[in-house]
Every structure is written in C-alpha cells, then in structure tokens.
Design a binder for this molecule. Structure first.
Ligand code: GP9
Ligand code: MN
Length: 668
C-alpha cells in the first residue's frame, strides 16, 4: 500500500480544514435554494390578492427552511445528504399537496383537515382538473439533481464499506469535525430562527396583533409566516390544544353541564304544546346573515330619505324583533353563524370554526336534513375563510356554494355585490328539491364600507367620505338588494312556500360615538351605547304575512335555530342548544324567564342590563334598568343572580365545545 509522505498528509489536512466546513454548508445551501424556488413558485401559482411574496417574505421562507434543515449539519456527509434528499421529498410533497388543495378550497391543509376525511376526499373526483403542466417544475430537481446524487451516495457508501482503510487517513481529528458540525448546525438554527422570529414579531406588534389569538384565516398566517411556517404553527396549535393543554374534565363538570342543558331543553319541550309548534311544518327556510348590519339604521331617515326603505316596508308584513342582539366575540362572522345555526356561545378567544371544526354539533342544517330537507349554504367568498369548508362539512350542509360558484358580474368590496349574489343564489334555489334550508351570508356591507361610485345612492350629507357615511351608503345598498331579493322570491313562487328571515352578524366596528349621536340626534348613555353596539335586526316573514308586528321581547342569535325548529314542529328536546323559541303563540308569557347572555358575562333580561367590569372586580360592574338606562341603586343585588346564571351558561357552552361533549349530553 502507498503510504503518503508526512508533507502530503499535512497539505491534505490543511485543505480539509477549509473544505470540510464549506462542504458541510454547501449541500444545505443547495437544499435551501431549491426549496426557495418551489416556495416562490407556490406563491405565484396560488396568487392570493395583496399577499404576493416580497423580499422580507423571501427571507422568512429561507428562515423556515433553515429551521427545517439545520440538524442535518450534525450528521456525517452521507447521512446529511440522505437526510436532505428525504427532507426535499417530504417538503415538496407538502407544498404540492397544499397547492392542489388550495386550487379546490382556496385554503391550506391543516391538521384538522387531515383528520376530517370528507374534506380531502372531496378532491377525489376533480383531481384531474387540479393538475397543471407548470407543476412539473416542483419535481425538476428530483430528476436533474436528486436522482444522480442519490445514486452517487449509494455507490459511495458501498465503496466506503468495501475499503474503509483507504480513506481513513483523510479523516483529521474526529473531535474537531464533530465540533465544526455542531457549530455549523447551531449557526444555521440561529440564523433561521432570527429570520422567522423578527418579521413575525414585527407583524404581531403592528398590523397583525391578533394573528395567533383571533386567527381567522390560514392564509393570513401564511402571509406572515410562509407556507412552512404555517404548517409549523398549525402543528404546534393542534398539539397544544389536543395533547398538552389541561384537557381533563371531571365527572362533576359533565354532570353540571348535563343538568344545565336538560333544564334548558325542558323549557323548549314545555313549549311543544304551543299553538305555533309545527304550524309551518314542511315550509322552506331561507335565512340571511347580513354583514355588519345593525338595527339602529332601521326606520331612520337621512335628509328625509329612508335609509332602509325596503326593510321598513317588509317589517310591515313581518315579525320584527326590535330588541334583538348579536352574541359574537373574536370569531365575528363565524361566531354569528355558530350562534344562529348551532345555538351555542362563541369561545372567549378565537373562533369555534377554526379551533373545533372537527367536533360534533347539533346544527340546524343537520337537524333539518334529518327531517327530509336539503341544506345549502351560500357565500360568495373564498371557502377557506373562517375555515368554512371544514365547518360546513361538519355541520351537515349538502353544498357550500362559495366564490367559485358565482359569476363576479358586480364586483363590490372583497367579492361579489349582494344584489348579484342574492340573484344567483335564488337561481340555484329555484331548482332545489323542496323543502330546503338555504343559508345566505352577505358581504357588501363589510368594513370599510367603500362602495363603487355607481352604488352610492344615498345622500349622507355631512357624513360623506367618513366611515360612518360609507356605512350608511353600504346599508342602503344592502337594503335595496333585499328589496330585489324579496321581489325575486315572489316572482319564483318561493315566497309563500318559505319562512324568510334575516339578522345582522355583528356591529360595524365604528368606535366613536359622535357620528351615532349626530345621526340619531341625541346623546347616548351607556345602556343606549350597549344596545346600539349589540343591537341587530331579526326579521321573520311567515307565509301570508302571518303574525306581522313589532315585538319588543328580548332575543339573541342563539334563539334562531330553536325558533325555526319550533315553527317547523321539530323537537329540540334532546339537542344540546342554549336558545329558546322566540315566536310562540304567547310570547309575553315567556318574557320574564328570558335572559340574553353575552360573551363577556354581560346579560339582559329586558328589565336590567348587567355590564361586568373590565378589570373583573365585581364591585366595578354595573347594573342598569334596561329601558331608562338609570343605574339600579335601590337593590344592589338586582343583577347578582342573573350574572351568576350568565356565567353558568358560558361555562356549560365552553365545556361541551372544547371537550366535544355535544352529542353526549342527551341519551339518544
Ligand atoms: C368573509 C366574511 C367576513 O367571508 O364573512 O368576515 P368578518 O371579517 O366580518 O368576520
Ligand atoms: Mn362579518
């Protein structure tokens, strides 16, 4: 055997001093470069408006790749190469799966999606149409680089195994190599961490303060963290909520919740002898959820012109609840949807649609389907928003018609104008098997309420070009859209065959009271402010204009499903719901026992309004007379029992949602 001279050995060792770290870094850098190309390609192909990848996003993406691969630097050369090849294959598969999923659902795959079979299964039939030739770029490196590299590594390992002694002289001090690998790995980790942490932290401090708490859309997370960052966070979120958080629930808690829901169900059961129970059996149900539609605009005029002329007219032939309130929290539109269709309280943080879409619920669509109805939901926006694709599948709808199902022939705000949205939705309803339940979610009156010039038809005077003025214009437009919708339903003959209803989802997020006071013409005390902030219309039109009138009894979104089931004669005595029917033959009789509970613990029963203190101290809470707004001083305990009952309602609701106990509350 040829033993190299001492000087040759030294030269080789010197070369390896520089070459080894370089070699160590070269392959991960190549890996990061290749994967960055795929992430950019992904971003171009999904093409989310206002979210195109910029230079900062590119650095964040490089950071996530560094975090995914830093540990490979601790492995010996062949091991590192194999690990990087495997990592490339896995990450490419994830990115490409996301792309396919996005093309269908306008959303990214999350852990709950994978747990919910129906969701991914829906892709099956359309998979062919979701593939594109340009996608081959995702796999080009596999062919040109990885395959030859894998073959090379394979033969290298084999020859090394055969002649281990021949190369041994090349190995300088093993300890030194190990230290270099360790340092290189740690350096890459720190670099990756900083590249991800700094921009995410900056976003959280500025425009995306609620990014991780009240998250509403996977794509908004993607916009900050990139696709791999999103999956990292999604995994963490799932593990935290399902495995690490104290998820134990005691038998005593379950018994208390059971008793609570049984008592509420018994109240509904007692009303089954009511004359209106089942009076509208078999009728279609058309329910509209109107974006940011508050009730303070109803029956008001601007410079002599009615702000909501069509609704005012409709109220004349419908049941109008003038003391009806939204019960939403951070989950905004999705909370309203949950309240109205599931009759449970929203969570104190985040949205049930996002956090617990894999749990079971007693929902209006499913219950109606169990009674022979077809149930469809219509909303002309991206199906992934508020995790609707998943949640609607879970709630039992037959179809979710999202943005892809509509022609955007009247672009307004985020998407399609409500006029065209309603029109196109009715076109579908006409061909639907009856009886049906149609749930329509409008969008044109979404913050910041900026309508195209052609749709601004209300003279808002001094409010012109203010947020409040824009809001009034948007409301006026939505009112006109409802007017056309009612005409359309009458023309198709569906009007008399249906219970037609609408309600607002939440307030308009305008927090200064001056424009409200100027509009209403008087100053507003705390009770009035609360009632305006939470007040939304609830209008129910029954066939033949039956029972039309204005009803002052208090009600809230959680009462919508029980009200519908009552009219249709479907028992909800074994359903885990909080609300009670609002439309009964003798509504006044019920009034004294009705309590509308809000997420922060506030409540009203029509006599008092209890507002808990923001600092949580009971002595700072307020108890007002509901109608006069005067603080109740005669009886300091007037709100105490109601406040305690409100807390019990919220606790029972949270318990069944978070621990997936809805279906186990009643023996069925
Ligand atoms: C979007 C719409 C708006 O699909 O429902 O949601 P919001 O921002 O009002 O919660
Ligand atoms: Mn909304």
């Amino acid at each position: 055997m040829n033993i190299p001279s001492r000087s040759i050995k030294r030269r080789r060792q010197r070369t390896s001093f520089y070459a080894i770290p370089l070699l160590i870094a070269l392959e991960p850098l190549l890996f990061i470069g290749l994967m960055l190309f795929k992430l950019i390609l992904f971003d171009r192909l999904v093409h989310v408006p206002n979210m195109a990848m910029n230079r900062d996003d590119l650095l964040t993406a490089a950071g996530t790749l560094a975090l995914a691969s830093f540990w490979t630097l601790w492995l010996p050369p062949q091991g590192r190469r194999i690990a990087l090849i495997l990592l490339n294959i896995i990450l490419t598969a994830i990115i490409y799966a996301d792309l396919i999923y996005f093309r269908y659902f306008q959303d990214l795959i999350s852990v709950p999606v994978l747990m919910q079979a129906g969701q991914v299964g829906a892709l099956g039939e359309s998979i062919g149409s979701l593939l594109n030739v340009v996608d081959l770029w995702f796999f080009a490196d596999w062919l040109l680089l990885l395959l030859p590299l894998a073959v090379f590594t394979f033969f290298r390992i084999r020859s090394n195994r055969r002649t281990p002694m021949q190369l041994s002289y090349l190995k300088p001090n093993r300890l030194r190599i190990a230290i270099r690998r360790l340092v290189a790995g740690i350096a890459l980790f720190i670099m990756g961490f900083m590249l991800v942490y700094v921009p995410v932290h900056k976003a959280k401090q500025t425009w995306a303060a609620e990014l991780f708490t009240g998250n509403w859309w996977n794509l908004s997370l993607y916009n900050v963290t990139g696709v791999l960052g999103f999956h990292g966070y999604d995994l963490y979120r799932y593990a935290n909520e399902h495995w690490f958080q104290n998820s134990s629930v005691t038998a005593e808690q379950i018994t208390e919740a059971k008793q609570w829901f049984e008592t509420r169900a018994a109240q509904r059961k007692a009303l089954e002898s009511d004359a209106l129970f089942g009076k509208y059996k078999g009728k279609n149900v058309i329910l509209l959820q109107l974006e940011a539609f508050q009730s303070f605009v109803i029956n008001q005029r601007m410079n002599g012109v009615e702000v909501t002329p069509n609704i005012n007219k409709l109220i004349g032939s419908s049941i109008y609840f003038s003391n009806f309130y939204h019960q939403t929290a951070q989950g905004r539109t999705s909370d309203a949807d949950l309240a109205a269709n599931v009759s449970l309280q929203p969570l104190p943080s985040g949205s049930v649609f996002i956090r617990y879409a894999q749990h079971d619920y007693d929902s209006m669509p499913q219950t109606l389907k169990d009674h022979g109805y077809t149930a469809n939901v219509f909303h002309a926006y991206d199906g992934g928003f508020w995790n609707r694709n998943m949640m609607y599948d879970r709630l039992g709808y037959d179809n979710f018609f999202s943005k892809n199902s509509y022609y955007i022939d009247e672009p307004i705000g985020w998407s399609l104008g409500d006029k065209s949205f309603f029109k196109q939705s009715v076109d579908r309803m006409v061909n639907e098997k009856q009886p049906f339940y149609s749930f329509l979610i409008s969008l044109s009156s979404h913050h910041p309420y900026q309508l195209p010039k052609s749709a601004q038809t209300l003279d808002v005077g001094t409010f012109k070009n203010t947020m409040f003025g824009n809001y009034l214009e948007a409301i006026h437009y939505v009112d006109a859209a409802i007017g056309s919708l009612v005409e359309e339903l009458k023309a198709t003959g569906l009007w008399d065959q249906s219970i037609f209803m609408f309600y607002g989802d939440h307030d308009n997020s305008i927090r200064e009271w001056e424009p409200f006071e100027a509009f209403l013409g008087h100053p507003l005390n705390e009770t009035e402010q609360f009632r305006i902030l939470k007040g939304i219309p609830f209008v129910v039109h029954l066939p033949n204009d039956e029972r039309a009138g204005t009803y002052e009894q208090v009600g809230g979104q959680l009462d919508i499903t029980p009200t519908v089931l009552h009219l249709l004669g479907i028992s909800s005595a074994d359903q885990t719901m909080i609300g009670t029917p609002l439309i009964t033959a003798q509504p006044d009789k019920q009034q004294h026992q009705k309590r509308i509970v809000f997420r922060n613990g506030a409540f009203t029963d029509g006599a008092v309004l209890y507002l808990p203190a923001e600092d949580g101290l009971p002595e700072h809470s307020k108890c007002y007379a509901f109608t006069t707004g005067e603080e109740v001083t005669t009886d300091p305990t007037a709100c105490n029992s109601g406040a305690a009952a409100a807390r019990l309602e919220l606790e029972a609701s949270d318990l069944v949602i978070e621990h997936d106990l809805v279906k186990s509350m009643f023996a069925r």
